[in-house]
Ligand binder design. Structure first.
Ligand code: PLP
Length: 372
């Protein structure tokens, strides 16, 4: 057992090194490092791939949420309903825009926001629902569209885990007013550092976002807005364009691994989340299982050289910095329960068939008295 090589969670390789190095040296040699043709080219390519008119490259996914919200006119006095079961950046983006996050509970079968809980969170100050396509899942988008329309709310999508996920022919981020993407190195499309973007069909929103990312500048030396510095840089943009070519096949590879996990993992101590309605609804950023015996299962995997992670062990409302956030009056019990049971297995594209088999065998051999 101990001689087997480790099964890594991520390998940080999105394309061949040659493509990356070509892209990087081209930019460095050009001497144009900020807001030039590489950023424009990636924005065009990403907008086209998502099927929207505009993509605006930004520094990271957190900034994408802040800049998108501000460009959409959401700020002080406005409430934005979102999920506590997400990367903390989702909630920080709302706070940084000056708005008030309100946390609704999740559906325990999917770990995604529960529409009934969101309904309970709506107040006269509610302006938007920020959906998180957690783990890469897109579900019930017609339900969310209808809920937002009938309550006069803006639908916004956190797509940081959902590159290339499609629901009823529409890509993640195109159902809402805007979609916020992260290209953090371990995301399904990752840069060689921090990077992010918003996508939208709202041209005015896109223009405001372009201004906000560059000190709130309209024309050179004129600053009608209090902006920030959140410019996607030319090197990251060039690498992202190079890596975009392989995204489809890497997403396929994730799907093949996950399909094996879904059909071959069988252990009464382990529960899987609901499968997607259609395979393309899921970008398979993470493969998450539930177990009452998480510490023991992760140790059992580690003894067999298999890494696992937890997304996420602490829901947003239990973070020290975020205690006291407004929430569903019925509580956030499903999110708390999920946080205590979830475990993510390796499913990134670097995983070989043999490695996937090792993961499956190890999970199936795990023995626990706590069953579902
Ligand atoms: C990664 C992530 C973010 C933040 O992206 P950064 O680029 O790290 O700022 C936001 N939301 C979700 C759901 C994420 O997974």
């Amino acid at each position: 057992m101990s001689e087997l090589p480790p099964v890594l969670f991520n390998d940080f390789q999105n394309s061949s090194d040659f493509e990356d190095l070509d892209a990087i040296s081209r930019v460095v040699a050009s001497g144009h490092l900020i807001l030039g043709k590489e950023v424009r080219a990636f924005e065009e390519a990403w907008a086209a791939r998502c099927g929207v008119n505009w993509a605006v490259g930004l520094g990271n996914g957190l900034d994408a949420i802040e800049v998108g919200l501000r460009a959409a006119g959401i700020g002080v006095g406005d409430e934005v309903i979102t999920s506590p079961m997400t990367a903390v950046a989702t909630v920080l983006g709302i706070l940084r825009a000056g708005a008030t996050p309100v946390l609704a509970d999740i559906n325990p079968e999917t770990a995604l926001l529960d529409p009934a809980s969101v309904q309970r969170c709506i107040s006269p100050a509610t302006r938007a629902v920020l959906l998180v396509h957690l783990y890469g899942q897109m579900r019930d988008m017609e339900v969310w569209s209808e809920l937002c329309v009938s309550n006069g709310l803006m639908l916004i999508e956190d797509c940081a885990q959902a590159h290339d996920a499609i629901y009823q022919q529409k890509t993640a981020g195109t159902w809402g007013r805007f979609g916020a993407y992260s290209f953090y190195p371990t995301k399904n499309l990752g840069a060689v550092g921090d990077a992010g973007a918003i996508i939208t069909n709202d041209g005015e929103l896109a223009v405001r976002a372009c201004s906000l990312r560059n000190y709130g500048q309209s024309n050179r030396y004129e600053h009608p807005f209090i902006g920030l510095n959140s410019r996607l840089d030319e090197i990251q943009a060039a690498v992202l364009t190079a890596r975009l070519e392989g995204l489809g096949s890497r997403t396929m590879k994730r799907r093949q691994t996950v399909e094996r996990y879904r059909s071959e993992i069988s252990n009464p101590a382990v529960k899987l989340l609901s499968p997607p309605i259609s395979p393309e609804n899921h970008a398979n950023h993470l493969f998450v299982i539930l177990t009452e015996d998480r510490v023991k299962l992760s140790e059992h995997l580690a003894e067999r050289g298999i890494s696992s992670l937890i997304h996420y062990p602490i829901p947003a409302h239990q973070q020290e910095s975020l205690r006291g956030l407004e929430r569903d009056p019925s509580g956030l019990g499903n999110a708390e329960s999920h946080a205590s049971k979830c475990l993510s297995l390796p499913c990134a594209p670097h995983l070989s068939d043999i490695e996937a088999s090792r993961v499956i065998d190890a999970v199936n051999q795990f023995q626990s008295s706590s069953t579902f």
